[in-house]
Design a protein around this ligand. Structure first.
Ligand code: GDP
Length: 375
């Protein structure tokens, strides 16, 4: 069909032919100015006011590996500490496909109905391998990501698990200072990251699926021991019966476990994240847990233990990094490895030699630790 514009009676808007654009648009324009770096005080003020943009920038600082960012980040974190702590920290784990994002979306809305704010963080040290962190795609939590009271932050990009976990823990402090009174920390239930999450949350929820027959196979005992609650997802349609059966099996298995340090007996629930069934039930359990551990003093005790744990972890991590970062030590290690493999030296005397050399190097370097070194 002819375009109506070509008709002589056409009265509508017409497109004029344009001019060729100049190769350089305004050569006199000044380059865009970079955003001024906020001072620690400005960060803290913004965070405490609940300014999401400043909170986001502060988290970026925490995640940065640049020295000057780390120094700034540490100052901001320290200043936020007095305002932190007032939240429920909930860890959520489950294998990929268990329905974590679907569930976090509905759990999150459920929590927000009671008022307050929610931050969803993640620990995914494998994100570099899988190209894109687990929470990288906000559409995974469609409803929450449109909610003004929710702050969703993907996992810090890949690094050592200790490093990634530490950044998430520091982000918790910032979020709490910004008034987020519910913190979810998501992790993929396949590796060591559960231990890291467990060491920074108050309640640890394990999302499971029914229907594989032998439900308990393939779940590491350690993960079950950490769980304060097990929620069997996808209890909908034909799957309800299987989910109930799985729940019974989990309950039986949990009976055989030694009592938890909190004296809380982990509970098993079935629900459907997708069809939003049984969400209240799961959340009632979590409410009951918080009442229970706040009542018996375990809540405080666990948080104190976690704070100590993170201090010791940071020391361990920095000692290890400092040691293995020394080029001379790396070379010496290689030599010693050969000698040990050739039975020319025992593992212990080799270790002793390497450590002796390490301490000599430290002595000659004076104080090798600069502010910002610990990350
Ligand atoms: P994640 O990898 O653990 O985050 O899992 P997702 O939330 O992405 O869910 C994986 C798949 O399971 C998706 O196709 C979901 O639609 C589906 N799913 C999640 N929750 C349920 C549920 O309660 N019932 C059913 N039938 N499917 C679900």
């Amino acid at each position: 069909m002819e375009h109506p514009e070509n008709d002589t009676s056409y009265k509508g808007l017409q497109v004029n032919s344009g001019v060729t654009s100049q190769p350089i648009t305004n050569p006199y324009r000044r380059p865009a100015r970079r955003r001024r770096q906020l001072t620690p005080g400005e960060y803290v003020e913004g965070i405490i006011k609940g300014d999401v943009s400043i909170l986001g920038q502060a988290v970026t600082l925490v995640e940065s590996t640049a020295d000057q960012h780390q120094i700034l980040a540490q100052e901001v974190i320290e200043k936020c500490l007095p305002y932190s702590g007032n939240s429920r920290r909930i860890g959520i784990t489950g294998v990929p496909g268990a329905g974590k994002s679907t569930s976090i979306d509905v759990f999150g809305l459920h929590v927000l109905k009671q008022g307050g704010k929610l931050a969803v963080l993640a620990i995914d040290p494998s994100s570099e391998r899988t190209k894109g962190s687990i929470l990288g795609d906000k559409t995974r939590m469609e409803k929450l990501s449109q909610n003004q009271s929710a702050f969703i932050r993907p996992s810090p990009s890949a690094g050592s698990l200790g490093g990634v976990a530490r950044k998430t823990r520091e982000t918790i402090v910032l979020c709490e200072a910004a008034g987020y009174n519910n913190i979810f920390v998501e992790t993929v239930g396949v590796g060591q990251s559960e231990t890291a999450v467990h060491s920074m949350v108050d309640f640890f929820l394990l999302i499971q699926l029914a229907g594989t027959g032998d439900e308990l196979q393939g779940i590491k005992r350690g993960i079950m021991e950490m769980a304060d609650g097990i929620a069997i997802n996808k209890a909908d349609g034909d799957n309800i019966e299987r989910a109930n059966l799985a729940a019974a099996q989990f309950r039986n298995a949990l009976h055989l476990f030694p009592p938890t340090p909190s004296k809380w007996r982990p509970e098993v629930m079935t629900y459907s994240g997708y069809f939003e069934l049984g969400i209240d039930k799961v959340w009632d359990m979590i409410d009951r847990y918080f009442d229970y551990v706040k009542g018996n003093g375990y809540f405080e005790r666990k948080r104190n233990e976690q704070a100590k744990y993170w201090m010791v972890e940071s020391i361990n991590e920095e000692l290890r990094n400092n040691f293995y970062r020394q080029p001379e030590i790396r070379a010496l290690l290689e030599q010693k490895e050969m000698r040990v493999l050739n039975n020319e030296q025992s593992s212990f005397t080799a270790a002793h030699d390497v450590l002796t050399r390490y301490f000599e190097i430290l002595k000659s370097q004076g104080s090798p630790l600069k502010p910002g070194d610990i990350r």
